[in-house]
Design a protein around this ligand. Sequence first.
Ligand SMILES: Nc1nc2c(ncn2[C@@H]2O[C@H](COP(=O)(O)OP(=O)(O)O)[C@@H](O)[C@H]2O)c(=O)[nH]1
Ligand SMILES: [Mg+2]
Length: 321
Amino acid sequence: MPEIVAILQGNQRAGARMIRLLEQGKLEALTLLKQLYPHSGNAFIIGITGSPGVGKSTLIDDLITVFRKQSKRVAVIAVDPSSPFSGGAILGDRLRMQRHATDKNVFIRSMASRGQTGGLSRATKDAAIVMDAMGYDIILIETVGAGQGEFDIATLAHSTGIVRIPGTGDGIQAVKAGILETGDVYIVNKCDRPDVDASVHALTMMIGMQNMGRQTSHPSPKWTPPVVKTNALKGTGVDELADTFLSHFDFLKKHNLTDQTKRNQETLYFKSLLKDLTLAKIHSFMETSPAYKSVLKRIQTHEMDPISAAEHVVNTMIILK
Ligand SMILES: Nc1nc2c(ncn2[C@@H]2O[C@H](COP(=O)(O)OP(=O)(O)O)[C@@H](O)[C@H]2O)c(=O)[nH]1
Ligand SMILES: [Mg+2]
């Protein structure tokens, strides 16, 4: 069966294979992605972000259960900053979501992040397109947040949930310092611990300040982000959390804001592809072209200055070819 048909029919092995190729930056995978693209655009993409250890994977595991009860098909992308290849944490995430492993309507992939801060790369968006085309209704993306990637989760997801835990000094200081990310939903997890109400209070105040304050990149100015309390170990509050995400998605659709999210996303994606494809062309030029070698020689013998040479190569040999 052709790979594309298999993926469109939701074949997980084929989907996983394609995501792996895309993650390795294989250009031939883009040819396949081109064919999948028209079949994407239907999934609801939810970002779950927060520091390591706050309970994101455990929460996602619970959310899968809730969404499955609603007969939704669910995919997960866990982006792990500590394991660029395949370290322990990725395995941990897999194990944590293991109880869904035999459910054919749940598809979980781990991906490396860009750099230590957990930035998202184009491959995260690629993977979301594949899962979307595979017919998943909901795509959950787990990230540690504010990383220095090309994509931040707020532009990749329709709805972003920021996970905090009680007693870690959230809120006001962070707002003052301008380092707090904007979320659509704030989650105080580990509500079995003390100081829950203080955290909820701090977050609520912070949301109020954000609403009054500077214009953020937040796509929905009239949406006031709710604060939801959860205990992911027990699954408490997760039904409400799922409902909150779904009502945010309804809100976006009602106000035609999904289109805006989409436009921002597609612009970023296009720019990122332009960069990657140009770079690939340059690399192949440097590896294979006799013209490159002759220019290089002229630089080495001081016949040509390297600046003019680089300009010449870009203008005449790579871009126009
Ligand atoms: N007490 C308590 N522990 C939790 C809760 N949620 C998650 N944990 C634990 O916190 C640890 C980190 O959870 P994990 O989901 O891996 O966090 P992540 O790094 O944000 O994905 C694990 O040992 C979880 O069992 C909770 O609501 N209460
Ligand atoms: Mg995790």
